[in-house]
Design a protein around this ligand. Structure first.
Ligand code: ACO
Ligand code: AKG
Ligand code: ZN
Length: 473
């Protein structure tokens, strides 16, 4: 289990990961502990508020990085993930969790997919959630007729416009697509619910075709148009340019749906917002067709970096981990180790240079504050990359009195041992305690490596003897 996830103060359940929760740490170098934000390194008087380089620039008048809505599609796109099978109970649990987190919309699988999909859609509509409930259909009157009877707040209509999909999927030309889109949109609108029209495979579609159909549906009063990077081929610049062009052509909201085949989905979503998109599709852990779409957690991390207060005010951030665990369990995968926010070591700092600065001011090496996500920061100590400042913080936590010179001497021994194997937290603690008592008793002085080795050996033998006695009892 990840030390960041077990909630204990000291993580010792992985030998190679020697981490310590420094949240209750006393003053270090004259400044507050790691959770207390300081006025700068080593207590300097630099101003606390620094300009956030990730914040939107005032000159970007289209920028919606601090003004967006999430359309959470775990229960639609996510159901297209290879491992996904959501029974009704699981769908309801996911829907409620996402609603409590604060997403603005939930998108559900087409009720035309199966009888159970239709029944589940109705059941979720009846939950009385704060989030608006949408369902996702083909651009076809048969699907639209079923969808509007489920009780949804809106219908997301999609049809492929690229030559690939026109030729090999539905086989329809742009004239047919436009005519059917108008019919379906007018029908859904006549039921008094929201309607969105999206072109599938937008980035491999002809720009003139795209702008023409978006303009047509905007004129007849669609609530949103959607751009879909169905195959994950787009890059941030292309996304920016297409959304910005579209922003100049339609007055309605703009949604983007971005696949992650080349790892661009979060960056693309960010650029879409910069260019004026209003809604971003996500799924928990990014699950969906192939490698899925923009992950909810990663998007939240990225947008929090731009404007923490805005993101904190909209979403219940400490719920993120629970939601990811719920979905991970439902689809039988692990949360990836490098997942933003909730990954195995998202808030663990290791190298001595990092540890020192983090202890003085966490913002030196953190753009996300773990406490805003209900998580804890760790500093890893028992390895060859450690430094005396990290060791000093542990000495203070243990309540030991050692001079800086003595701590540097003890650190040299930790590094020597860690060159052979990573030291567990217990190993580091014992060494520090033995070092301390050696100094107290006068058996040890700084630099007396042989004396220290003798004390460590004696301790090892005593521990072994104790273990043997315990085994006999
Ligand atoms: C990119 C995306 O992820 S889009 C969303 C994908 N979601 C889904 O596919 C939902 C789950 N799908 C299903 O349950 C089924 O595919 C259904 C019920 C939608 C259709 O099932 P079937 O009628 O058996 O057709 P099948 O799945 O084999 O083929 C798709 C059909 O939809 C048509 N089609 C495909 N896309 C569209 C579209 N966007 N709008 C209208 N028709 C479409 C195809 O031409 C084909 O029609 P055909 O039966 O005349 O050949
Ligand atoms: O409806 C949409 O906008 C997107 C549909 C979809 O899942 C895709 O194109 O990848
Ligand atoms: Zn998709």
């Amino acid at each position: 289990m990840c030390p960041c996830q077990n909630g204990d103060n000291v993580a010792t359940d992985r030998n190679e990961m020697v981490s310590v929760d420094l949240s209750n740490k006393p003053k270090v170098n004259g400044v507050n502990g790691v959770n207390g934000h300081t006025n700068g390194v080593n207590g300097s008087t630099a101003p606390q508020q620094r300009r956030n380089p990730y914040a939107p620039r005032a000159s970007d008048f289209l920028n919606n990085v601090s003004n967006f809505k999430i359309i959470e599609s775990t229960l639609r796109e996510g159901e297209q993930f290879a491992n996904a099978f959501f029974d009704t109970k699981t769908k309801i649990a996911i829907a409620k969790a996402l609603d409590a987190f604060g997403v603005e919309y939930l998108e559900l699988t087409s009720p035309a997919a199966s009888e159970q999909s239709r029944a589940d859609c109705e059941a979720i509509c009846k939950l009385g959630l704060k989030a608006k409930v949408l369902t996702h259909i083909r651009c076809h009157m048969d699907d639209a007729r079923i969808a509007v009877e489920t009780g949804v707040d809106g219908v997301d209509v999609v049809i492929g416009t690229s030559s690939f999909l026109r030729e090999f999927s539905h086989g329809k030309d742009m004239a047919y697509i436009t005519k059917t889109a108008i019919e379906v949109i007018n029908f859904v609108k006549s039921k008094g619910i929201e309607v969105r029209f999206s072109t599938e495979d937008s980035f491999r579609s002809d720009l003139v075709d795209l702008l023409s159909i978006y303009q047509t549906v905007d004129k007849i009063g669609v609530n949103r148009v959607g751009i879909a990077d169905t195959v994950g081929c787009a890059n941030p610049r292309q996304v920016y340019e297409l959304v910005r062009t579209l922003r100049g052509v339609v007055g309605c909201d703009i949604e983007v749906h971005l696949h992650n085949d080349t790892g661009m989905a979060i960056a693309n979503a960010y650029c879409a917002l910069e260019a004026g998109a209003t809604h971003i599709d996500t799924s928990v852990l990014g699950i969906g067709e192939r490698v899925g779409i923009t992950p909810l957690g990663g998007l939240v991390a990225c947008l929090y970096a731009a404007n923490p207060e805005y993101v904190k005010s909209k979403y219940n951030l400490p719920m993120l981990r629970e939601i990811e665990n719920l979905v991970a369990e439902a689809v039988e995968v692990n949360v990836p180790f490098m997942n933003p926010i909730t990954g195995y070591c998202a808030f663990t700092h290791k190298a001595g240079i990092h540890a020192k600065a983090i202890l003085n001011n966490p913002s030196t090496y953190e753009i996300l504050k773990p406490e805003d996500f209900g998580l804890t920061r760790y500093v890893s100590i028992g390895h060859r990359l450690t430094g005396w400042n990290a060791v000093k913080s542990r000495v203070e936590q243990l309540g030991l009195k050692l001079t800086d010179e003595q701590i540097k001497d003890a650190t040299a021994k930790i590094k020597e041992l860690a060159d052979v194997r990573t030291q567990s937290m217990d190993d580091v603690d014992s060494l520090l305690r033995i070092y301390h008592s050696g100094i107290q008793s006068g058996e040890l002085e700084v630099g007396q490596r042989e004396a220290l080795d003798r004390l460590l050996k004696k301790h090892r033998e005593e521990s072994r003897a104790e273990t043997e006695v315990a085994a006999w009892v």
